[in-house]
Design a protein. Structure first.
Length: 195
């Protein structure tokens, strides 16, 4: 994409700002932003820089979880490049956790995707298995008995932005233009696993 995804502007708002709003509006607090390729500052969030960002999202997940305040019993992990996910998905994951789920995964038409909620007791195992670009996926596949799927297909879509064509398609679905040719930067940061 030619720049960190978190800085990509869609409809006058960087993806990072959209990700932070998703978590805030969904009821997650505090919000931790993991930055990688570029250092940024966003108001109202805890920012942690991941110097190992080139190794993949696993290192960003480890950095984010290691930064969560001790009083937080769970964390919602969201990706900066999925701006069609709605805050209701975050609310549903939190409600599932409050009802007893220790691992809650948003599902779309029954297929597990993001965001994901992880109870603190699982973080050591999640962090040990988070390598490369797998993030929490290795843990989730290794421990399917822990996973509570939470249907969120009516709240948004988990479409990724990995190419300029993806950006144009997602911007069109949002009803907002992508900035320029899909490569204009705007100040911002990554969400818990951005970069």
């Amino acid at each position: 994409m030619g720049q960190p995804k978190a800085l990509i502007d869609v409809g006058g708002r960087p993806l990072a700002g959209r990700g932070v709003a998703l978590l805030h509006d969904g009821g997650a607090s505090p919000v931790i932003v993991v930055t990688g390729a570029t250092a940024v500052d966003l108001p109202g969030v805890i920012t942690v820089h991941n110097p190992d960002w080139p190794t993949g999202m696993g290192s960003s997940l480890r950095a984010g979880l290691a930064t969560v305040p001790a009083e937080s019993e769970a964390a919602v992990i969201a990706l900066v490049d999925q701006p069609l996910v709605g805050p209701e998905a975050v609310r549903r994951l939190i409600a599932a956790w409050q009802a007893g789920a220790s691992v809650a995964v948003a599902a779309y038409a029954g297929r597990p995707r993001n965001p994901v909620l992880l109870a603190r007791r699982h973080w050591p195992e999640v962090m040990a298995l988070a390598t490369g670009d797998a993030g929490a996926r290795t843990f989730l596949r290794a421990r399917p008995e822990l996973v509570t799927l939470v249907e969120c297909g009516d709240t948004g879509r988990p479409d990724d932005i990995d190419t300029p064509a993806d950006l144009d398609r997602v911007a069109g679905l949002l009803g907002e233009p992508a900035a320029g040719d899909g490569a204009a930067a705007n100040p911002g940061a990554g969400c818990p696993s951005g970069g």
